[in-house]
Design a protein around this ligand. Sequence first.
Ligand code: SF4
Length: 188
Amino acid sequence: METFLPITYLNDFVFCPYSIYLHQVFDNSNEVLYSASPQQTGKSAHTIIDSEKQKEKAQIIKGAYVISNRLGIYGKIDTFYVAKQKLVESKFQIKTLYKGYYYQLWAQYFALTEMGYVVSELCFYSIRDKKTFPVSIPGQKELEELRNHIRKIARFDFEQEMNVNSAKCQHCIYASLCDKTNIDHVYA
Ligand code: SF4
């Protein structure tokens, strides 16, 4: 059986590779158990948006699974406006556009196009302050960069020594469960 990498790992790995290991360990638990408040807030905001969008009659695909066989990744897209050919990735609040965000969106884009959809516009949307951040359509260079990132994740040795960044740990939802640090996350 083929193994596919969840698209969310592309961003998680940039934040901290070890968070992927912890995600796997706690994957079968109730997500609410280890989701800190900002993540919960983000999910609530998504839910409100979800219900609003349901009222719209336009061609909108929300929260659908996409898969790319050539990249070996799968995951959910946020919103795809079919007629506008526009793919949007919403986050509760975007202060910085991290590389991991781009990897997620690129992966969604490549998966959608591989599935036969035409996507001509990409953007991030910050729900809290209603800001939109347009993103260029990725080309061959970005595809190769994404491939290398996926390979790096697939080959990562989670038992190796790693540098712990306490600033990140403070904002990591796994901090209270992580054996690499004694720091509590700020949401505790
Ligand atoms: S608590 Fe720190 S070391 Fe542990 S997964 Fe989170 S960011 Fe990584």
